[in-house]
Design a protein around this ligand. Structure first.
Ligand SMILES: Cc1cc2nc3c(=O)[nH]c(=O)nc-3n(C[C@H](O)[C@H](O)[C@H](O)COP(=O)(O)OP(=O)(O)OC[C@H]3O[C@@H](n4cnc5c(N)ncnc54)[C@H](O)[C@@H]3O)c2cc1C
Length: 667
């Protein structure tokens, strides 16, 4: 234990980052031209890092498995991005954003990183506005804000329900400028299959051209992984179908510790599962909770009547509805953090009050917001004695302006008009707070291997507050990594180009080829999806929203057996020397089958409930998460030792010097 050095700088919290930037080594612009950096992943974290590093003068190679960087999963982000700008004048500050994030993460994140994130948040908005990101604006011309769960201020900047897309277009255009200048070589439809270490340092990757099937060697002085989250270990999630853990897992196998794998965010407002043939779940942005009220019927017989189609939700009187979040958490109401809202929905559905056919849905209702906005609009437009019809019409227009595309998406999928009848929602796997362990410089336990965005174990602790992932990805890419990586690279200015004909590259390429051959050699019966679905079911049933020791132990055994069966019985059609999407999936699922077991092991080790990690054995009388700060105030960082069951746990103790640890309360 104790080999993890977080490299958090000394000094007062608010001065650490500035001091660190003053202290670390820089690379002379002329020397940057002699240094190569590989960035795997071109979502918001990788795209922003690549553009900035290239702008600084480094030679950058980017990799992504999509046909264009602008198709990275970041494009799906809907709701917004946080920043402590206090445009609202509601008392926001870097400290408050820091505090909310630490509290929201249930005191399982590193103080210094989170403070830096809060500090840099304001810069992100300026950078993005300069790039032309069309954030929503209010009447006076300032950027508009809305609220997200777990906070009492409005600090979420947004571009309708397409914030991720707009931000990604900004980063992508910055990348394109560098591609045009020749400073970025962009390898699209390329998948990183392994990492190459020379003298213990990350010096390159082995990639597969997904179109030709060709295996390629790429060298660099440092490698940045910005490859996103691993929520798809659950099979069904809100993530893009291609999201995977391969790059991070390959680095883990080469020596990068994997931190907090069991910390998973379950998002409370997703469209409920509709059947067995789904491959993905659709998120309804958390921003909807600004105006939507969440309820289920108060009486079970009403819930049953609704499920059977004998009663419509709009027929239920106010006094017969249970606005359970407002009832249980009067201070935050519908805007409690995601873990709290998710568990509360599960509790009501488990108790028999669910409102869809399977009893796994609650309502998100906009009727009172439509009424409220309608009345306000009527007054603003000087419409006297507006009748109900007119008020509803005006109110709907306001809702449409705020969330129109989300409502449209819901109607297309569910075939119900959410302006007329409340939406049905249920929690779903959304974001993974675990990932590769990184120090304050975002370096993993492999020298020269950095990790940014959702792929690292991140600043979010046991639970990520809404609109914080985009903030973290862009802070890492635009403002943190470009400084901290220079400190490391300053030692490499005389190294010269890294050759790819070394024994290390030979060995790594051979390992990749052997693995592909082994996958293709399988003459079994079952498709890759067959295994992925089975894994997902174990994960959701036994490692999902609520976990217990017995189920976690079962999960470990079942996943291990499933993995053995996968290697013996998977069937991959086609060939490896060309485009083969089934082979791509197989490599990803093979890694999920290892990660899943480590995930369950991590959850079993953590005998407490915190944030998105809820162990049924550890809860208060009121069903809230029961943390154990005395014994579990640490980051778990797992060292690879072969089979996941042999992984060794290292602990990074978390020191809270600026914040008092308290039981989270949103009441
Ligand atoms: C539906 C949805 C809505 C969301 N809304 C919000 C929101 O409103 N606000 C917010 O803050 N967050 C939101 N999030 C979370 C946020 O979008 C993600 O956490 C964030 O975009 C992740 O960015 P990233 O750059 O780390 O990774 P990604 O955008 O996932 O990018 C990963 C990149 O890695 C590449 N890659 C992966 N593996 C390999 C490999 N082996 N080889 C080569 N390339 C590889 C991919 O091609 C891609 O370019 C949302 C998430 C979802 C699913």
């Amino acid at each position: 234990m104790g080999i993890l050095d977080s490299k958090v700088p000394k000094g007062p919290l608010a001065a650490k980052w500035t001091q660190h930037k003053n202290d670390i080594n820089l690379v002379n612009p002329a020397n940057k031209r002699n240094i190569d950096i590989i960035v795997v992943g071109t979502g918001l974290a990788g795209g922003s890092a690549a553009a900035t590093l290239a702008e600084l003068g480094y030679n950058v190679k980017t990799f992504c498995y999509q046909d264009s960087p602008r198709r990275a999963h970041s494009i799906a982000a809907q709701g917004g991005i946080n920043a402590a700008k206090n445009y609202q004048g509601d008392g926001d500050s870097a400290y408050r954003l820091f505090y909310d994030t630490i509290k929201g993460g249930d005191y399982r994140s590193r103080e210094a990183n989170v403070y830096r994130l809060a500090e840099e948040s304001a810069n992100i908005i300026d950078q993005c506005v300069a790039q032309g990101v069309p954030f929503a604006r209010e009447y006076g011309g300032l950027l508009d804000n809305r609220s997200f769960g777990g906070v009492l201020v409005s600090r979420t900047f947004y571009a309708k329900g397409q914030t991720g897309q707009q931000l990604l277009l900004g980063a992508y255009s910055a990348m394109n400028r560098q591609i045009n200048r020749g400073k970025i070589q962009s390898f699209n439809r390329h998948e990183m299959m392994d990492m190459v270490l020379v003298d213990g340092k990350a010096r390159g990757i082995i990639a597969r051209d997904l179109v030709t099937g060709k295996i390629e060697r790429h060298s660099a002085h440092a490698v940045v992984l910005a490859t996103g989250g691993y929520g798809n270990v659950f099979f069904l999630s809100t993530n893009a179908m291609g999201s995977n853990v391969m790059a991070a897992w390959r680095a883990h196998r080469r020596g990068a510790f994997f931190a907090n794998p069991c910390f998973t965010q379950i998002h409370p407002t997703c469209i409920p599962v509709s059947g067995d043939h789904q491959s993905k779940l659709t998120l309804m942005s958390e921003s909807l909770r600004n105006d939507g009220r969440i309820w289920v019927p108060k009486r079970k017989d009403d819930a049953i009547a609704i499920r059977e189609g004998k009663l419509k939700p709009i027929q239920l009187k106010e006094e017969d509805r249970d606005y359970y979040l407002e009832r249980r958490y009067p201070a935050f109401g519908n805007l409690v953090p995601r873990d709290v809202a998710s568990r509360a929905a599960k509790e009501r559905c488990d108790a028999g009050f669910g409102v869809n056919k399977t009893g796994e849905a609650v309502y998100l209702d906009f009727a009172s917001a439509i009424q409220r906005y309608g009345e306000e609009e009527a007054l603003t437009h000087g419409i006297k004695n507006a009748d109900d019809k007119e008020i509803t019409r005006l109110g709907k227009k306001v809702i449409e302006a705020k969330y129109g595309n989300l409502f449209q998406m819901y109607e297309k999928i569910v075939d119900e008009n959410p302006y007329e009848t409340p939406m049905m929602i249920y929690p779903a796997v959304h974001y993974t707070m675990g990932g590769l362990w990184v120090d304050y410089n975002l370096q993993t336990t492999i020298e020269g291997c950095y990790c940014a965005g959702e792929a690292n174990f991140s600043d979010h602790g046991a639970n990520r507050l809404g609109a914080s992932a985009l903030m973290q990805g862009l802070a890492d890419g635009y403002f943190v990594l470009p400084y901290t990586i220079g400190d490391y690279l300053s030692k490499d200015i005389r190294t010269g180009a890294i050759p790819t004909d070394s024994p290390e590259f030979d060995a790594a390429e051979k390992a990749v080829q052997d693995r592909l051959d082994k996958l293709m050699a399988g003459s079994g019966q079952h498709s890759v999806d067959f295994y992925h679905k089975k894994l997902g079911k174990i994960m959701w049933d036994k490692c999902g929203m609520a976990r217990n020791a017995e189920h976690l132990q079962e999960a470990i055994d079942e996943i291990s057996a499933l993995r053995a069966d996968f290697w013996a019985n998977v069937k991959i059609p086609g060939k490896a020397d060309g485009m083969n999407q089934e082979l791509e999936k197989a490599g990803r699922v093979a890694d999920f089958l290892e990660l899943g077991e480590l995930f369950a092991k991590d959850a079993l080790t953590r005998n407490e409930s915190c944030g998105g990690h809820f162990r049924e054995e550890y809860q208060t009388a009121e069903g809230e998460a029961l943390r154990d700060d005395e014994n579990f105030k640490f980051v778990s960082a797992w060292e690879y030792k072969g089979e996941p069951k042999d992984a060794v746990l290292h602990k990074e103790e978390l020191n809270y010097e600026n914040i008092e640890l308290k039981t989270r309360s949103y009441k």
